[in-house]
Design a protein around this ligand. Structure first.
Ligand code: AMP
Ligand code: MG
Length: 334
């Protein structure tokens, strides 16, 4: 397929109204459109129409065993797509009241209205409500849930700007709505609701410390891997090999001058590296998460042989950042 991909701005009230109209028209026609969310850009389509959802998989070249997150236009839709067991009711109410709209995805038993292609045939569905005003306006006008995985080709770095989406999907989809850079920059936290307890399937902007105020957190065991089939270790991959390492430990390799550094908050010996990106000069994990994927992308485009990524403190948002860096390192292992 080859489409002319339009990148629609939302900078003025008229531009926003035009972008929203175009997006709703395409969604209604069963087409996928790339939309900004507060986490990363999503490739959205009508979640209740299997053939519309199939177009997401096609554009992303995503394997069908990887289920999608369903984004609700409002909280009332939750009961229509998911069954909430009585034992989980208080927990779900607490979490949705506190974190929705926002970057928290809940995995719950699904209802029959959700097509198999969305859940990869699982008996559960992943749901969330985006806090991005442009996404919300489009979802509300469209009036139905949107399936929306990240708007990148499968296994690649998630896009945090409209320009990233263009570089991933240009010619494969008809519309990208530009809502500015994503505020959080890492994908939503995913939790499976298990009775009155939670299991964290993917770390993200909502930390385990925040979640622990609402319910017991079960430990993730190896046997549970299948529950989150999309949690492949080969996610978030740059094209260039990436290694998690302290920059001080880089010696011989860097002498050849073709190593890029993704530093945490500063760099002692910048001359050792062909290029350097600093995640947060003020050592702020929020800033680091928000810029992680664009900086990883910039180093990937710098034609270096190796990207060395410095570990960040593994607390709060740092857990999600380290998770993405480990996956990137794993999938590019030489
Ligand atoms: P994304 O590609 O960021 O939209 O994330 C989608 C991810 O959500 C998938 O790769 C899965 O890891 C997870 N997910 C979606 N649906 C389910 C489900 N029913 N059960 C467990 N994990 C799910
Ligand atoms: Mg993704």
């Amino acid at each position: 397929m080859a489409f002319m991909t339009v990148c629609a701005s939302t900078h003025s009230a008229e531009a926003l109204a035009d972008a929203v109209d175009r997006a709703v028209a395409l969604l209604t026609a069963g087409e996928p459109v790339a939309l900004p969310t507060e986490t990363v850009y999503g490739l959205a389509a009508d979640a209740l129409r299997a053939e519309a959802v199939a177009r997401i998989f096609e554009a992303k070249e995503r394997p069908f065993f990887d289920p999608l997150i369903v984004h609700l236009p409002d909280v009332e839709w939750l009961e229509l797509v998911a069954s909430i067991p009585a034992k989980s009711r208080a927990l779900v109410d607490g979490l949705t009241m506190r974190f929705w709209p926002g970057p928290l995805t809940l995995v719950l038993p699904r209802k029959g209205i959700v097509p198999d292609i969305v859940t990869s045939g699982l008996e559960t569905v992943a749901v969330r409500m985006s806090a991005h005003p442009v996404f919300n306006e489009i979802a509300k006008l469209f009036g139905k849930p949107l399936a929306a995985p990240s708007a990148n080709r499968f296994g690649r770095i998630s896009p945090t700007t409209a320009a990233h989406v263009m570089s991933e999907l240009n010619g494969r989809i008809k519309l990208v709505v530009d809502g500015g850079p994503a505020a959080h920059g890492v994908e939503s936290t995913i939790v499976a609701v298990e009775g009155d307890a939670l299991r964290i399937l993917r770390s993200g902007p909502v930390s385990s410390e925040q979640l622990a105020e609402f319910g017991r957190i079960c430990r993730f065991e190896k046997g549970h891997k299948l529950e989150a089939p999309g949690q492949l270790e080969s996610h978030y991959a740059p094209r260039t090999p990436l290694k998690l390492q302290l920059p001080g430990a880089v010696s011989g390799e860097a002498a050849t001058g073709d190593v890029g550094l993704l530093a945490w908050s500063g760099v002692a010996e910048p001359h050792k590296f062909a290029c350097v990106e600093i995640l947060s000069p003020t050592a702020d994990l929020r800033e680091a998460a928000a810029t992680l994927f664009s900086k990883m992308r910039r180093l990937d485009e710098a034609s270096v042989r190796l990207i060395v990524a410095e570990p960040v403190p593994e607390r709060g948002l740092g857990v999600a950042i380290m998770d993405r860096l480990r996956r990137a390192a794993h999938s590019t292992a030489l």
